[in-house]
Design a protein around this ligand. Structure first.
Ligand code: FMN
Length: 185
């Protein structure tokens, strides 16, 4: 990589003990040299409301939109809710999508992973996220895919990712993401 890649990380779960939030935190430590991962907490965003879209857009939303715009790529860690993505993640993408031909999401490289307590590994949720990439013209990394199942046995009580195969999968995802961003430049 030629210069530092600045990645914005967002978690589809905002609960304090979220495994997805923990996976993002772990990612920051597993990123290759030359990649920085900055995490934005989606709990800060209000619900999308067309009346607030424009002159009245709250400063926190403007800050989020600007961070998305200036990031070299988006990294999403998300659980699956009802075989889709959680409302908090959809809400964030709704806000970030605004701006028409100047939307911060247009042409934005994105990589994703998901952690769930069950066996789906967030597979359906991630497929819905890929549909949203189509709608917003984001450029998703297709492979590797990361579907983390049975998460209770992969993190310790402090939220540290202890499962070595998941740690390695994240290293590989981030390495591929760096190459993907370089290739798109
Ligand atoms: C409203 C709701 C819907 C859910 N739907 C699914 C689902 O469709 N598939 C699945 O595997 N897990 C589902 N789950 C379980 C979550 O994916 C699981 O709790 C996950 O670990 C939460 O992630 P977190 O630890 O980052 O908060 C659902 C949980 C909630 C609260």
């Amino acid at each position: 990589m030629t210069d530092t890649l600045r990645i914005l990380g967002i978690s589809g779960s905002i609960r304090a003990g979220s495994y997805n939030r923990s996976a993002l935190r772990a990612s920051a430590g597993l990123a290759p040299e030359g990649m920085d991962i900055d995490i934005f907490d989606l709990a800060r965003l209000p619900m999308y409301n067309g009346d607030l879209d424009g002159e009245a857009t709250p400063p926190v939303v403007r800050d989020f939109q600007s961070r998305v715009r200036t990031a070299d790529g988006l990294l999403v860690a998300t659980p699956e809710y009802l075989h889709s993505i959680p409302g908090v993640l959809k809400n964030a993408l709704d806000w970030a999508s605004r701006g028409g031909d100047n939307s911060p999401l247009l042409g934005k490289p994105i990589a994703m992973m998901g952690c769930v307590t069950g066996a789906s590994g967030s597979r359906w949720g991630q497929y819905h996220l890929r549909q949203i990439c189509h709608a917003t013209d984001m450029l998703p990394l297709n492979r590797p895919e990361i579907y983390v199942t049975d998460v209770r046995n992969k993190f310790d009580d402090a939220g540290n990712l202890t499962d070595e195969s998941t740690r390695q999968a994240i290293r590989e995802l981030l390495g591929a993401f760096g190459l993907w961003i370089e290739r798109l430049r």
